[in-house]
Design a protein around this ligand. Structure first.
Ligand code: PHE
Length: 468
């Protein structure tokens, strides 16, 4: 075990860094879109059940494997499972997945960055007009912004995880939370907001279809940063005194609260701005919808506080979301970087250069696939739809591979590393753990119904996305 590996300075430092990774665009944009798309209340209930019964044990398992081995995913699977065979592939997937997710996440982070710049420069009304989004995603400014975002992420990562991430998360998380709560209070004063609240909070279980269930699981995995080697990698930087189970619980609660509150802000706004919205039509919702509705919320504020103050509030909001996206982006990129450092013996600087060059090229291509280059925009066809490069990366790595990686880690800790080792690791920093109900639940669930459910979701998603 490497003794020289840097550590988060405290339990709080680790929790903040893991929560910084978890809270991101997925909470503010992804969760409300998915809730709107998948039947509101029914989705919310499924999501909450998944977070606490399925994702939490998986999260503890990832953190425990990381701390035990003090390694990146490939190194960790090698150390506990041998250098060849299926576990080697699981380790590789644990590096490729975050790398590819970083590619599409970079595109979204750049959009947020442009929204920030536009609100700061007084263009809130343009963004709220609804035309702004289509123009922005095809504008040359994207590439300048990519350089700015890349520079920021690179400088945080070159400082190392401890200094870079802990510090940013400490300020950003509480500020974002307070901002969201204030915005929810405002949105609830808008006309027809209550219709949105009803749709969001009163479940209609007739809406519960396999695709709602798949949607809830993918969103929960993505939002908690599971199945992408992040928590193995961050786990490798936790001290042996940290209580993993307690930390995981707090991270899940924080992440879910931010997502829930973001839903409470967006869904009533959708119903308020479109009073005769047809709830069945909401199943066509997409990420672009949020990019149109968010500025509309701030423009509505104008009537109460004036255009200037509304623009200032919108700027602070986009700044906080941008920070949240940066801490997430940093955590994903740290995974392949730590792999190159540990396994390929590259210096941190060289590893960063390698990842930035290859990832940068892919991110540029993904950015061009929203209409700027025809070939990339209609790259292929499956499931009865034309797909862009961005869609392909998203379908494979967000929807399909995350549950597969979750399935692999469950099988790995239960049947290869073995449960008593997992228990011993989870008991470090929490001496009473092995006797607790949670320990029994984690032991049982990780080896039985969690992998079963994840396997069913994986197969179902492959069938749905790729074969229509
Ligand atoms: N969990 C983050 C979010 O919800 C995104 C993320 C994805 C972070 C992948 C790290 C890795 O936005």
């Amino acid at each position: 075990m490497s003794v020289s590996r840097e550590h988060f300075s405290s339990k709080l430092g680790f929790i903040l860094a893991a929560a910084g990774s978890a809270v991101g665009i997925g909470n503010i944009v992804g969760f409300p879109v998915n809730a709107a798309k998948n039947g509101g209340g029914a989705f919310l209930v499924m999501y909450a059940i998944f977070v606490f019964t399925i994702c939490l044990p998986v999260m503890m398992a990832e953190m425990a494997v990381g701390r035990k081995t003090a390694k990146n995913p490939v190194g960790a699977y090698h150390a506990l499972g041998g250098k060849s065979g299926p576990w080697h592939i699981a380790g590789l997937l644990g590096i490729i997945t975050p790398f590819m997710i970083a590619v599409f996440y970079t595109v979204l982070t750049i959009w947020i960055f442009i929204y920030l710049v536009m609100t700061v420069t007084g263009n809130l009304d343009y963004l709220a007009s609804g035309e702004g989004f289509g123009t922005i995603i095809n504008s040359p400014y994207l590439f300048v912004s990519m350089l700015a975002v890349g520079g920021l992420v690179g400088s945080i990562l070159s400082m190392g995880v401890k200094d870079g991430i802990e510090r940013a998360a400490k300020v950003m998380m509480p500020a974002l939370f307070i901002m969201l709560v204030c915005l929810v209070i405002f949105v609830l004063t808008l006309d027809n907001a209550m219709a949105g609240i009803k749709f969001y909070l009163i479940p209609d279980f007739s809406k519960l279809t396999p695709s709602v269930i798949n949607g809830a699981m993918s969103q929960a995995f993505f939002s908690l940063s599971l199945g992408m080697g992040i928590l193995i990698t961050y786990g490798s930087y936790i001290s042996r005194k940290t209580d993993i189970a307690g930390s995981a619980k707090l991270v899940a609660i924080m992440d879910t609260s931010v997502a829930f509150i973001a839903g409470l802000m967006i869904l009533p706004a959708i119903f308020s701005f479109n009073p005769d919205v047809n709830t069945d039509k909401l199943s066509d919702s997409s990420v672009s919808m949020i990019f149109v509705f968010l500025p509309k919320i701030f423009l509505a504020l104008q009537a109460t506080v004036g255009y200037f103050a509304a623009s200032v509030i919108a700027s602070i909001f986009f700044l906080l979301v941008f920070f949240a996206a940066l801490t997430s982006l940093v955590s994903i990129i740290e995974v392949p970087v730590s792999y190159l450092i540990d396994e390929r013996k590259q210096s941190r600087k060289k590893a960063l250069r390698t990842i930035f060059i290859v990832g940068g090229v892919l991110a540029v291509l993904a950015t061009l696939s929203f209409g700027m280059v025809d070939f990339l925009t209609s790259l292929t066809n499956y499931g009865g739809k034309s797909k862009s490069l961005f869609d392909v990366i998203y379908d494979i790595f967000y929807d399909t591979i995350l549950p597969l990686n979750g399935l692999l880690i469950c099988l790995f800790v239960s049947y290869r590393w073995k449960k008593h080792n997992l228990n011993a690791e989870l008991s470090e920093g929490n001496p009473g753990f092995a006797q607790s109900f949670i320990a029994k639940y984690v032991d049982f669930s990780l080896g039985t119904f969690i992998p079963f459910i994840l396997a069913v979701i994986f197969i179902n998603t492959v069938a749905k996305i790729f074969f229509g």
